[in-house]
Each structure stands twice: as structure tokens, then as C-alpha cells.
Design a protein around this ligand. Structure first.
Ligand code: B1M
Length: 208
């Protein structure tokens, strides 16, 4: 259906008006909401993610695309919920204790939603106990920690330690400008990704 391809293109371009119009056209035509998500919206964000990795688009374009995706998803979500269709995986994501930066974390959250994860965003300045409680409460498959300050990197270790000490083996991925794979290895995190697009790839690998 060409409207589906047009929807993918509209989201990729961040054209919110066109994305919501086409979503409505497809719904009115009787397309199952999940097909619209999986065949129209998710490919758009995958394309954006791939282009981001190749430096063909940058953070602003990715944010604009994610917003278009969010608006289309807002139309579809109630229908999925009513039909009892749930995303397969839940991720809890937040910025660690002491750190208030949330732009990158929000971008990762949006991209994960774009990949059909149920994302519980616990916000910024999040204490280890709060991550742990949210992960338990939501039966999370994955926890994502973000940090932008070198001074808050130790809070990532404290958070990973809190999970392991509590015997909770949820996969933990970390990211943020000062973070490296070496640091992830040192603190016992399950993975690191340098940007929002690869965060989705990593998340999918970790939960598979
Ligand atoms: Co702050 N800040 N800031 N700041 N700030 C930095 C980080 C800094 C590098 C600026 C500098 O000095 N050049 C510096 C840190 C230095 C250091 O630690 N080595 C710094 C500082 C010092 C501070 C304050 C201490 C300043 C002060 O008050 N004296 C203060 C700290 C407040 C606190 O957190 N307690 C502070 C405050 C702020 C603002 C509130 C003004 C604002 C934040 C607004 C907000 O987030 N709502 C702010 C901003 C905007 C920045 C810069 C300019 C931009 C950060 C950003 O949003 N980047 C930043 C300088 C810079 O980075 N150039 C800076 C865009 C974003 C898309 O990228 O977050 O890296 P990023 O996310 C990427 C990847 O890292 C990755 O994917 C994202 C998308 O590709 N990623 C993940 C991120 N999280 C991930 C999680 C994952 C996976 C990937 O898995 C879970």
C-alpha cells in the first residue's frame, strides 16, 4: 500500500501533519494498527537510525522524526491497548543520580519506543533504588542508564551494583558522552552504545 510507504517517508522527514494524516487514512482503510506500527513507523525510525550512524542526518533531524513518530503512535496506542497488544519488551531508562542532562536520554527513549519497546522513563537524577524499584515493578527486560558528567559516572557503578546485590539480573546498558565500552566493562554493565541509533541495536541484542 503506497500510503504505508508515504507514512514511512513522512516520519523520516519529521512531517508530523502528514504522518498523522496518513496514519488516519490507513486506519480508516482498515489496516491493523500493529501493521501500521511494524511496517510503517518502525522502518522509518530504523532508516533514520541508519542515516544517523552514517552521519547523513544529525540529532535535530532525529528528534523531529521521533516527534512525528510519537504523534502517530499516540493515535495508534489506544487501539493497540484496546486490542490487548503489548510491546514484547519493557525498558526502564533514566539519567543517573546527580545528573540532570536528559536530551540524549530522551532521544534514546524515543528511539526505543520507535522500535516498539515499552519504555518507562524514570527521569533525571535517579537514585539506584528508584531504578531497581521501577525495574521490578515493570518486570523490565532492560535498564538504560545515561550520564553526561564525569562526576556522575560512579553513580552508574552504584546502580549496577545495586541490581547485582539485589540479585536482579536485568540487562543493563549505559551511554552518554563520557562513557566508553571500557567503562561499561569495568562496572559490569551488559553493554554500552555511543548513540541513540546503536542503542536500539544494542537493546534488541540484549533482550533477544
Ligand atoms: Co551540561 N555539561 N552541565 N548542561 N551540558 C556538559 C555535559 C559538558 C560537557 C559541557 C562542557 O563543559 N563542555 C559539561 C560536563 C563536563 C564533564 O563532566 N566532563 C557540563 C557541565 C559541567 C554541566 C554543569 C555542571 C554546569 C554547571 O552548572 N556548572 C551542569 C550540571 C547539572 C547537573 O546535571 N547536575 C550542567 C547543566 C546543563 C544544562 C541544564 C544547562 C543543560 C542540560 C539540559 C537538559 O539536558 N535538559 C546542559 C547541556 C545542554 C549540556 C551540553 C551543552 C549538551 C548536552 C546534550 O544535550 N547533548 C553538554 C556539552 C556537549 O555535550 N557538547 C554539557 C546532545 C545529546 C543528544 O547528546 O546527551 O551525549 P548526549 O546523548 C547522545 C549520546 O551520548 C548517547 O545517545 C545520545 C544521542 O546520540 N546517549 C546514550 C546518551 N545517553 C545514552 C544512554 C544509552 C545509550 C546512549 O543507553 C541507556
Amino acid at each position: 500500500m503506497s500510503e504505508l510507504q508515504d507514512l514511512t517517508a513522512a516520519v523520516e522527514k519529521g512531517n508530523r501533519k502528514e504522518a498523522t494524516r496518513l496514519t488516519q487514512v490507513l486506519l480508516d482503510a482498515g489496516m491493523p494498527p500493529l501493521d501500521i506500527v511494524e511496517s510503517g513507523l518502525v522502518p522509518a525510525m530504523s532508516n533514520v537510525g541508519e542515516k544517523f550512524k552514517k552521519n547523513e542526518v544529525f540529532v535535530p533531524e532525529m528528534l523531529i522524526a521521533a516527534r512525528a513518530m510519537k504523534e502517530a503512535m499516540a493515535m495508534i496506542q489506544p487501539l493497540l491497548t484496546a486490542a490487548g497488544i503489548k510491546p514484547k519488551y519493557t525498558a526502564v531508562i533514566g539519567t543517573v543520580q546527580g545528573d540532570l542532562h536528559d536530551i540524549g536520554k530522551n532521544l534514546v527513549a524515543m528511539m526505543l519506543k520507535g522500535a516498539n519497546f515499552n519504555v518507562i522513563d524514570v527521569g533525571v537524577n535517579v537514585a539506584p533504588e528508584k531504578f531497581l524499584a521501577a525495574a521490578k515493578e515493570n518486570n523490565a527486560h532492560l535498564v538504560g542508564l545515561s550520564a553526561l558528567l564525569t562526576t556522575t559516572m560512579p553513580a552508574m557503578k552504584t546502580t549496577v551494583d545495586a541490581f547485582r546485590e539485589a540479585g536482579v539480573q536485568t540487562k543493563i546498558m549505559i551511554g552518554g558522552a563520557p562513557i566508553t565500552q571500557q567503562f561499561a566493562n569495568e562496572i559490569g554493565a551488559d553493554g554500552y552504545s555511543p548513540d541513540a541509533a546503536s542503542a536500539v541495536d544494542l537493546a534488541q541484542t540484549l533482550v533477544a
